[in-house]
Design a protein around this ligand. Structure first.
Ligand SMILES: Cc1ncc(COP(=O)(O)O)c(C=O)c1O
Length: 450
């Protein structure tokens, strides 16, 4: 359907989108019969178990027939209780005990921050209201999450309407903000910034530090450097600041562990999650909390001052339970680690053939590739060349969905591609992804010239 004929407000109002009609496993088909490998896992890192999985479809149908919606001000449901139990008992890091359900990632981060503010208030530390985030991170598209996030391009149009927030530099060894172009080995001076900002703002005013353990969409799969999360955890502890891990992209096996923080053994105070939890079959997000955190409010006011009509929706929660059981029973966390390592090493090989590939990075099946004009100086392409978008279009034309990103360097310039296929992907399907990307990089390199 042409862009003029549609009644939908699409992301790009001047683009005509092909119509998708079917998905199965890691593949999607459009109305013209073209097949696409879902290399980005949706937009992005959502389709954890692949498309049209019969077990999930059956579970959704059963729950819809039984009870699709419940008035949560008056009742609990089996669906919400089962999903919370599965998350806490089989996926969450040690020490977590309670789950608050929402509809997606922005709501999860927004609610985690509100819960943190309330926790402080009920302990008699109500001045703690400032949230510290990091430049180069994305926590969602509501005004609150945009403010705490540091995706400069997405914040800029709303800059004056955003609530107050503080930011420190990202932990980004390929483009260290503090030491120039490159920082391996990372000396963690970016972690020291947290201490400085807390002191400047006054620790009595700081509620929480929000961090993506692997920065997903904004920087293109940049994992925290070794020691970084332990360092910020220690700083938060010393100042009574809560550590909120944004695992919206990284949770539930995406990085080859249940949660990305498991790679470093660091335990946050709250975990915000969404995306892979229900694999795209239903809108679902969650905040996972330690029991003593919840107890503080239980003993005080008795309820968190948050709430959404769709929070704890039984259909979404039953979907989440079915997806998480599938991840557990099929060993998909291990598959993400194994096929992710295979995919990563094949993406690394593309560096040998394509000078525009500057860096390949990531963990498990959350992988990124940064594109540069000059690999030695790490100079990026001018934004107007839209190189990541061109590669994304080239892969799409060849049957691979990529997730191109721009603004990698400073919010304006810089290009990367994100790959986060379903955790079910096989080695040969991963090889297919690399083959299409290989051809597409060659085509775009020829198009843009030297
Ligand atoms: C790390 C992270 N946090 C939060 C969000 C926001 O999630 P949602 O788009 O479901 O609101 C995203 C979305 O991409 C994300 O990647």
């Amino acid at each position: 359907m042409g862009s003029g004929a549609t009644r939908v407000i699409h992301r790009n109002l001047n683009h005509t989108y092909p119509t998708l009609v079917r998905g199965e496993g890691v593949y999607l088909w459009d109305a013209d019969g073209n097949r696409y490998l879902d290399g980005s896992g949706g937009s992005a890192a959502v389709t954890s178990v692949g498309h049209a999985v019969p077990e999930i479809v059956d579970a959704i149908a059963r729950q819809a027939a039984e009870l699709a919606y419940a008035p949560t001000h008056a009742f609990s449901t089996r669906a919400i209780e089962d999903c919370a139990r599965l998350i806490v008992e089989e996926f969450a890091p040690p020490g977590f005990g309670k789950v608050w359900f929402v509809s997606g990632g922005s709501e999860a981060v927004e609610n985690a921050v509100k819960m943190a503010l309330q926790f402080h208030r009920e302990r008699g530390e109500g001045t703690r209201q400032v949230v510290i985030g990091r430049w180069g991170s994305y926590h969602g598209s509501t005004l609150g999450t945009l403010a705490w996030g540091g995706n400069a391009g997405r914040r800029r149009p709303y800059a004056l309407a955003l609530p107050h927030a503080e930011h420190i530099s990202p932990c980004f060894p390929y483009r260290c903000w503090l030491r120039g172009k490159a920082c391996p080995p990372c000396d963690l001076s970016c972690a020291d910034q947290l201490e400085r900002v807390i002191r400047q703002v006054g620790s009595e005013n700081v509620a929480a530090f929000v961090v993506e353990p692997v920065v997903g969409a904004t920087l293109g799969a940049v994992p925290a450097a070794p020691g970084y999360l332990a360092a910020v955890r220690e700083t938060c502890d010393r100042h009574g600041v809560l550590l909120i891990a944004d695992e919206v992209m990284t949770g539930f096996g995406r990085t080859g562990r249940n949660f990305a923080v498991d790679h470093w053994g660091v335990i946050p105070d709250l975990i915000a999650c969404a995306k892979g939890i229900a694999g795209g079959y239903a809108p679902l997000g969650a905040v996972i909390a330690r029991p003593e955190f919840v107890d503080q409010v239980r003993r005080g006011s008795g309820s968190f001052a948050i709430g959404h009509t769709a929070a704890g929706n039984p259909l979404s929660c039953a979907t989440g339970t079915a997806v998480l059981r599938f991840i557990r029973d099929r060993g998909l966390v291990r598959n993400a680690a194994e096929v992710g390592a295979h995919l990563r090493s094949n993406l690394e090989e593309l560096k040998d053939r394509h000078p525009i590939v500057g860096d390949v990075r990531g963990l498990g099946l959350l992988l990124g590739m940064e594109l540069v004009r000059d690999r030695v100086t790490r100079t990026s392409f001018p934004p107007e060349m839209a190189v990541a978008k061109r590669v994304g279009s080239a892969t799409l034309a060849r049957g691979l969905v990529s997730y191109p990103g721009t603004g990698t360097v400073d919010g304006s310039s810089g290009d990367h591609l994100l790959y986060a296929p379903p955790l079910t992907i096989t080695r040969s399907q991963a090889d297919e992804l690399v083959e299409i990307l290989d051809e597409s990089l060659a085509a775009v390199t020829e198009m843009i010239g030297p």
